[in-house]
Ligand binder design. Structure first.
Ligand code: MIC
Ligand code: SF4
Length: 651
């Protein structure tokens, strides 16, 4: 077996093309894929567009966990398509109610040493089990299901060395909040975070998964733990001992950078509104009034999380001005909590029990009241994601969330005199896969009739790149613009399979009352034969993998995004749908350009093919003009994809 870190070893055993040197373009074999319903409908429509009739991976699962509110027929229409297309393509189908994709995948499918590609940015959750798990846009996952290797840049490895043991109510959530404080949400593109050191011995697989899950907020390619005796114990408890293999980094493995965290000295932390890297110690926030507390999401809803919440709530009542909701992460967790008597204390304390799904994490219900603090155990608190404009969402551990729900103020459990209960991973989880429909034999799958209700659209194709971009800057935004800002979810989530309707809310949060919306401006420009351009500062496209943040702007005629820096998944999505990702040569150029300015780029196709500099003419809306030079970092293959107008136009 190859030498090095866990990541390097898995890459070495899966590499199909390219050199194993940092930043080289490589492609790897994908063993497993996962999709969820909010990104899955497009992914399967794209798979069908590639004329594939059965997935080529070792295992592919289609989950329904995001769009479960069913306000109107759209969600249920999508579910019918997903279930029938899964049957026809030889996939596992995890039915609504079975749980959040990442939690269920960890329980039932994740395998150490293998590769997983998922159309969801939190796919790295399964890094907790020692699997190289990467989030990507739906089209990249469709390509993987079609048997194509996945392209990425050979990563730098950032080692996070953990030492010591948690004290009191410090938990896995605080580890990842500490890493976010250190590395922030930007500047980590092209890195993998690998955990090692004595401190990992005290972390169970679900705790490790909390850490790798929220590693997505760093903007890294993925995060991973080795597969060790704790992994063996977890897989045995899931009745999947045969999947265990030991997968450790070599003693002399080289990391490109090492960060050390001493668990003994770590304190409970919180991410403050409205970015997962605005970290403060919980004790500094002490006394902040809280109106809503929600425990759940793919970050913190495992069986051990629910056990802790139940023990802390036993015999107590939620503060009279707080709404507490609890969503167990999977049916397995939910059923075990119910059968083992853990739910009763939670219900008795006054908590509102939610289904095992994404729910409020993706703005599906439970929007907080105006100007009120919401405390969540989730992984994202981007402004407006709760469904309330100017929301104040904090991200904390289940222990801090529960203590605060009891007092109505941000509180650490120690302040209430709680002593941390000793919680052990069960020797056997309750295994009941009755909500997972396994693949059916080829002969039967050929007879399946795929249900396509009228709200299900087709994936729109872009036109080939024009040789001259006659561009107009339709919007200029600042740093850390997330794909939630570009394509809001929440009440619009049900439009994921209807691009014309969903496109109407592109950049909705920047629309001003009484003025034309971004979509209206873009449509008018498109009709005039000109091309829309988006200008952004640092770290454009953070967060969700939703390829709609590329598809819908593409549908509105956007031809280029120009930024100081961009995030990995979003950049790949732009390329896949034929939008040119360009970069400024420094902040001065970003500052020079204003909304409504024109940018004309002649012979863009030839320029892209010839080198990394792209020359254009910048016309201020006031009249003056001048030359401007941008950069691009596209490899030859990506240049051809963009010139063709996206992957779906490639022969
Ligand atoms: C999210 O957490 O933002 C989501 C919803 O799970 C997304 C996927 C989506 O937008 O459908 C993600 O993380 O990729
Ligand atoms: Fe679902 Fe939230 Fe996890 Fe995304 S982050 S998969 S919306 S629970």
């Amino acid at each position: 077996m190859a030498k090095g870190t866990v990541t390097q070893k898995i890459l070495a055993s899966h590499i199909v093309e390219g050199k194993q040197t940092v930043n080289s373009d490589i492609s790897i074999r994908i063993d497993q894929t996962l999709t969820q319903d909010a990104t899955g409908t497009m992914a399967y429509l794209e798979l069908e567009a590639m004329a594939v009739d059965r997935v080529k991976t070792q295992l592919s699962v289609s989950y329904v966990d995001h769009n479960t509110q069913q306000n109107g027929s759209e969600n249920n229409n999508d579910h019918m398509y997903l279930q029938t297309v899964a049957a026809s393509q030889g996939l596992y189908f995890s039915r609504p109610g079975n749980g959040i994709c990442h939690q269920v995948h960890l329980e039932r499918f994740g395998v150490p040493g293998k590769t997983l590609l998922g159309s969801d940015s939190h796919t790295p959750t399964n890094g907790g089990i020692g699997m190289l798990s990467i989030g990507a846009g739906g089209l990249d996952v469709a390509l993987a299901m079609a048997g194509k290797p996945f392209r990425l840049s050979y990563p730098k490895i950032i080692g996070v060395k953990l030492s010591g043991k948690f004290k009191g109510f410090v938990s896995a959530k605080d580890v990842i909040l500490k890493v976010l404080e250190t590395l922030t949400t930007k500047g980590n593109v092209g890195c993998v975070i690998e955990y090692f050191g004595d401190g990992i011995k005290g972390l169970s697989v679900p705790e490790r998964a909390t850490i790798t899950n929220m590693g997505a907020e760093l903007g890294v390619t993925t995060s991973i733990f080795p597969s060790d005796q704790n992994t063996r114990k977890f897989l045995a408890a899931e009745g999947r001992s045969e999947c265990w293999i030991e997968f450790l980094a070599d003693e002399d493995a080289q990391y490109d950078k090492v960060i050390e965290i001493d668990l003994d000295t770590l304190e409970p932390l919180a991410a403050c509104p409205s970015s997962p890297d605005l970290i403060k110690k919980v004790k500094e926030l002490k006394g902040t009034k809280v109106n809503q507390v929600i425990i759940g999401s793919c970050t913190n809803s495992s069986y051990l999380d629910i056990c802790l919440v139940s023990k802390m709530l036993e015999g107590r009542t939620v503060h009279h001005e707080v709404s507490l909701s609890v969503a167990p992460g999977s049916k397995q967790v939910f059923e075990m909590a119910a059968r083992n008597g853990l739910l009763a204390p939670i219900i008795a304390a006054g908590a509102r029990i939610l289904e095992s799904a994404c729910g409020p994490c993706i703005g599906q219900g439970m929007s907080p009241a105006d100007d009120c603090v919401s405390l969540r155990t989730f992984n994202r608190n981007f402004s407006g994601r709760t469904g309330t404009r100017n929301d104040k969402a904090y991200l904390v551990s289940p222990a801090v969330a529960t203590a605060s729900a009891l007092t109505g103020m941000i509180t650490t459990p120690d302040e209430l005199g709680f002593v941390r209960p000793v919680l052990e991973l069960p020797e056997k989880f309750m295994i009941n896969d009755n909500m997972i429909i396994p693949p059916i034999p080829v002969e039967e799958s050929k007879k399946v009739k795929i249900i396509r209700k009228p709200t299900l659209g087709a994936p729109p194709h872009n036109s080939a790149l024009p040789s001259t971009i006659e561009g107009r800057v339709l919007i200029k935004v600042g740093s850390k613009i997330t794909t939630d800002h570009i394509m809001p979810a929440g009440k619009h989530l049900k439009l994921r399979s209807n691009i014309p309707a969903y496109s109407k809310v592109v950049f909705e949060c920047f629309n001003k009352d009484g003025e034309l919306s971004f979509a209206e401006k873009a449509e008018a420009l498109k009709k005039s034969g000109k091309h829309g351009i988006i200008v952004a500062e640092e770290s454009y496209g953070q967060g969700s993998s939703r390829e709609h943040a590329a598809i819908c702007p593409m549908y509105l005629g956007i031809k280029a995004v120009i930024a100081l820096s961009m995030e990995r998944i979003h950049t790949a999505n732009l390329i896949n749908f034929g939008i040119v990702p360009l970069f400024f040569n420094g902040k001065k150029d970003y500052e020079r350009i204003e909304e409504n300015d024109s940018i004309v780029i002649k012979n863009i196709d030839t320029q892209l093919r010839l080198g990394n500099n792209i020359k254009g003419t910048h016309l201020k809306s006031g009249g003056q003009s001048g030359e401007i030079v941008f950069k691009h970092f596209l490899n030859k293959e990506n240049v051809e994809i963009i010139i063709a107008g996206g992957v779906l136009n490639m022969k």
